[in-house]
Design a protein around this ligand. Structure first.
Ligand code: 4NP
Length: 146
């Protein structure tokens, strides 16, 4: 059964905590966490402008703290969802031998969006666009998980 979901991005302060927040609000009976492939922001709350954009949609991300993705996450979670191809490559580099946990792009669950990754709002500054895409993908993920 797929009931423990891990969202992964680069810094764990913009995209993946937003995805975790949206997921938790919609599917509170399932377990979710998020992590970054880098250690750049470990221990920090989500980026201010992302918290603000999320708050405008009724989502409070303020309690989340960044952590780094580790190899043990392959056995702690049933499904790992990265935000872009670079995330997927960094995740796969840590896969333990024999482990078969699925690793997918979050945008795989938003086929209608035409997007093949969630652009990093830390660079694009389009926090609302990132949230729109994350919310669209969460519709598909929710349907997938039942
Ligand atoms: P995220 O965005 O991967 O969505 O959390 C980033 C946040 C910070 C940095 C890069 C991406 N950074 O370079 O500090």
């Amino acid at each position: 059964m797929t009931h423990r979901i891990l969202f992964v991005c680069l810094g764990n302060i913009c995209r993946s905590p937003a995805a975790e927040g949206v997921f938790r609000a919609r599917l509170p009976h399932l377990a979710a966490d998020s992590a970054g492939t880098s250690d750049w922001h470990v221990g920090q709350p989500p980026y201010g402008p992302m918290q603000q954009a999320a708050r405008a949609r009724g989502l409070d991300l303020g309690g989340l703290r960044a952590r780094q993705f580790v190899a043990a996450d392959f056995t702690r979670f049933d499904l790992i969802l990265g935000m872009d191809a670079s995330n997927l490559a960094d995740i796969e580099a840590l896969r333990p031998p024999g482990n078969e946990t699925p690793v997918r792009l979050l945008t795989d669950f938003a086929p209608g969006s035409g997007a093949d990754h969630v652009p990093d709002p830390y660079y694009t500054r389009d926090f609302d666009g990132a949230l729109d895409l994350i919310e669209a993908a969460m519709d598909g993920l929710g349907a997938h998980l039942g």
